[in-house]
Design a protein around this ligand. Structure first.
Ligand SMILES: [Zn+2]
Length: 192
């Protein structure tokens, strides 16, 4: 399967699993030194390889008829900071973002085993800016996953399978922490 086909298939999969909404969230993978990235403002389930955009490390469009995601700076900055990374996935998952407001040490220690690193937390910075791109790239120098406060999640991997898996692991860990909190409140309320 070509890198473009993989970007399309993983975009659909992430949309169907509820990690991306129709128009928000984006992903990319490296191919021949270029970043193959999802276009801005395009419904994920209808993506075809010809809708993707190939940009160079300066963000110049080399191939494709659409405009790249407004978060292209973040993708490029991460590849520059992490030469070992071949794919970047950015979602707007709700629970990890909520959790970042009260990030809890037990979640972080569990995460290390699954993610190969701690989860980094990046303060809120306006989406699409060079400032956010630099903050995320710097957080991901030592982590494979960052939660962006009041925004979303960024995960990296050697390939899309690894990056997408990390997105799923973080979402599951957040779900587990959330249910745990609810069950704790419930059992406290019932006196059990
Ligand atoms: Zn975003």
């Amino acid at each position: 399967m070509s890198v473009a086909d993989e970007v399309v298939r993983y975009s659909r999969l992430l949309y169907e699993r509820g990690h991306l909404t129709l128009l928000s969230g984006n992903l990319s993978a490296l191919a021949d030194g270029l970043v193959v990235v999802t276009p801005t403002f395009f419904p994920k389930p209808f993506l075809e390889p010809s809708d993707l955009v190939w940009i160079d490390m300066e963000g110049r469009v080399v191939r494709g008829v659409r405009r790249p995601t407004s978060e292209w700076r973040m993708h490029v900055a991460v590849y520059k900071a992490r030469p070992d990374v071949g794919a970047v996935v950015h979602t707007h998952d709700v629970l990890p973002v909520l959790l970042a407001e009260r990030i809890d040490a037990s979640l972080l220690s569990e995460a290390e085993a699954y993610l190969g690193s701690e989860i980094a937390v990046v303060p809120y910075i306006t989406p699409g800016t060079a400032e956010l791109a630099e903050a995320v790239a710097s957080a991901l120098r030592k982590s494979n996953v960052a939660i962006l406060k009041r925004h979303g999640v960024v995960a990296v991997g050697r390939d899309l399978a690894e990056a997408v898996n990390r997105v799923e692991v973080v979402a599951d860990l957040a779900k587990a922490a959330f249910y745990n909190m609810i069950l704790g409140l419930w059992s406290a309320g019932r006196g059990v």
